[in-house]
Design a binder for this molecule. Structure first.
Ligand SMILES: [Cu+2]
Length: 646
């Protein structure tokens, strides 16, 4: 080789290295190819909508895929100043619980409603983890319509996973607690602590939830769940760890046993037992908050009792599948045959077979019994084990083409493997510490494929610092070819704990554009501007106010006195898509309002000193938006000023 040849050789190696470093496998795609794949031209729509949990933000954020654009924040378990959710009398009842008003909670797993195992775009459910609740958001309005508290639960982590036709939303308690609650030594954990698994029935017409029954289970930590589908429809699977029932230093003490369990629950059998009267009534106070789309107002109802099944009285209701080792996720493949566990300390991914499980139950291949629950023999139910699945496998989703994708938390990667042969066929690093992952429809019978989204816990070095607190991060990976390809990083709000994705066209079909004025039955709502008025009742002043582009009616109000409580009930009379109006009055000490077309919302104001106070529209609504304003005159308590307005 001449010197020239040598130089050329070295240069070509350098270029090959450069090309490889841009190919997407080191986390820096940087190619026009990737940019083209995520580019959504102005005026065009994203193909998928992704609903991400906000984790500790208590919200759901809505992103477009593949662009990664943030479209909306839907407040669920948290007050939200953007639109007044949780501040207005119409929405405050949504945050009521048996512990009082809770303005902030931890939201983990969004879950789309399904029909025949396919996401249908009607509702999305999500859990409050800390003070156990399940919420339902209507996807025609993107409003939180219902929140139900779950009694006899603590750390509502394993929820809300739904059955194939949204018959039930299932939930399990992470922390076992005394049931019913009582004052006992914590060291009496083994004697006194229990877990529960809840089945929340969903009304197919309007989505209304009610807790149909709970099942009392041994005091382990129940972690995650998924319902069966196809042949396994009628069953639901729940992971558990801490089968040691330790109550201190769990990082050591709950990792003693070689295997913990997946609880396989036959919910059709549970329905039979309930019919036969096997359920026992427990006194349990819990809140059930429902938002009414016609009165535009939520109400809190207090429920007093709940039906509880004890497996001891219900043979055939639950079986334990031994699962190595401290399992976290449990996922059922699109065919409904394979039940995949993510054993966070396991060296393999165990895959259970539903049909083998049924056979083993028939043949009574049990190795022991725990509190009346038979434990099946591992070898009898296992379909296969995926070897070398990465360190700390947590969650699995499916592409509908026979492949599974598992997130590995410790080794920060996604591992692709083949169902049936269990061989690993591809792996891609994530940045960093991936928890859940999401393929649109990836936990359903009909995955839409195309992308997997990595939901990461840490973003160190991916973005410029924004203080000690960095944004968290999602990553979009193309799964349309044999090899996974990183396309895009995008920041998230709160912890992107889990997400669900659905084709945008399914959502668009049901989208509500306005609230019809003719159906506005809010107690203080207006159908037309003529009806605007002010009524005084003792110290309560109710202002029935209208907004249209570009004025309030009334816009001058006098005769308000110190000590009065002023309710601005504002109806937005617009009947045109995307014309909200805002409202704020100087010194108001709750959030401002944002009122959608046809909607009524209330701001409460208790003026503290005499004077004249302006109010105005806070949402830029047209060319004369600045003129959209008014005044309230506040007089001394003993003033003789009469109430007047125009
Ligand atoms: Cu306006």
């Amino acid at each position: 080789m001449s010197t020239k040849q040598k130089a050329r050789f070295i240069i070509s190696i350098f270029f090959i290295a450069l090309i490889y470093s841009c190919s997407g496998n080191n986390g820096k795609p940087g190619t026009s190819d990737a940019a083209e794949k995520v580019y959504v031209a102005p005026g065009e729509y994203d193909e998928f909508y992704a609903f991400m949990s906000g984790g500790f933000s208590g919200q759901i954020t809505v992103y477009g895929l593949p662009s990664g654009r943030l479209f909306k924040i839907i407040p669920i378990f948290a007050q939200h100043p953007e639109n007044g959710y949780g501040y207005t009398p119409e929405t405050k009842p949504m945050l009521q619980t048996s512990y009082g008003e809770i303005p902030w909670d931890d939201a983990h797993h969004p879950e789309l409603s399904q029909t025949d195992g396919t996401p249908d775009g009607r509702w999305i459910f999500i859990n409050a983890n800390n003070t156990p609740r399940v919420a339902r958001v209507n996807l025609s309005t993107f409003e939180t319509e219902e929140i139900i508290e779950i009694p006899n639960s603590a750390g509502n982590h394993g929820s809300p996973f739904i059955t194939m036709n949204t018959e039930y939303v299932v939930a399990s308690t992470r922390f076992s607690v005394p049931i019913p609650q009582k004052d006992v030594p914590i060291s009496s954990y083994k004697e006194n602590f229990k877990g529960t698994i809840s089945f929340i029935k969903v009304n197919p017409e309007n989505g209304r939830m009610n807790i149909e029954f709970q099942i009392l289970v041994p005091g382990f930590n129940y972690d995650l769940a998924h319902a069966g589908k196809g042949p396994s429809h009628g069953w639901a699977f729940f992971t558990s760890y801490n089968s040691e029932q330790a109550n201190t230093l769990l990082e050591i003490n709950a990792s003693q046993n070689d295997k913990d369990f997946i609880a396989a629950i036959n919910w059709k059998k549970a329905e039979e037992y309930i019919k036969e009267g096997k359920g026992k009534k427990y006194n349990s106070e819990y809140y059930h908050n429902i938002y009414n789309d016609e009165t535009h107002t939520a109400t809190s109802n207090v429920e007093k009792e709940i039906l509880v099944l004890d497996p001891k009285d219900c043979p055939g209701l639950i079986y334990y599948l031994p699962t190595p080792k401290s399992p976290h996720g449990v996922d059922v493949d699109p065919s409904g045959e394979y039940i995949v566990a993510g054993g966070k300390l396991a060296t393999v991914i165990p895959v259970h077979s539903f049909s083998k499980m049924i056979k083993a139950i028939e043949n009574k291949e049990f190795i022991s019994e725990i509190f009346g629950i038979p434990v099946l023999k591992y070898e009898s139910v296992i379909a296969g084990e995926v070897e070398d699945p990465g360190l700390g496998p947590l969650h699995t989703e499916f592409d509908g083409n026979g492949y599974a994708y598992t997130s590995a938390f410790i080794s920060s990667e996604i591992v692709k493997w083949k169902l049936g042969t269990w061989e690993v066929v591809d792996r891609i690093p994530t940045y960093y510490s991936i928890g859940h992952l999401m393929i649109p429809g990836g936990d359903s019978k009909t995955p839409f494929g195309k992308y997997v989204v990595a939901l990461n816990k840490i973003t160190k070095d991916r973005y410029l610092p924004t203080g000690p607190e960095l944004c968290q991060s999602a990553q979009l990976i193309d799964i349309s070819g044999d090899k996974m390809k990183l396309l895009l990083d995008f920041p998230t709000i709160g912890e992107p704990h889990y997400a669900q994705g659905i084709p945008a066209e399914i959502l668009m079909k049901g989208q509500k554009k306005i609230y019809e004025l003719g159906k506005n039955n809010h107690k203080y709502g207006l159908r037309s501007e003529k009806d605007a008025k002010v009524e005084k009742n003792g110290n309560d002043v109710h202002i029935y106010m209208s907004t249209t582009r570009t004025h309030f009616k009334p816009d001058n109000i006098e005769g308000i006195k110190i000590g009065d409580k002023v309710y601005f009930h504002i109806t937005n009379l617009e009947q045109d898509w995307d014309i909200p109006h805002g409202f704020a009055v100087k010194g108001m000490n709750t959030a401002e309002l944002l009122i959608m077309p046809g909607q009524t919302r209330t701001a409460i104001w208790e003026p503290k000193s005499e004077g004249v106070y302006p109010f105005y529209c806070t949402d830029f609504c047209s060319a004369l938006h600045q003129e959209m304003q008014g005044y309230v005159r506040v007089s001394a308590k003993n003033s003789s000023n009469e109430l007047k307005y125009n």
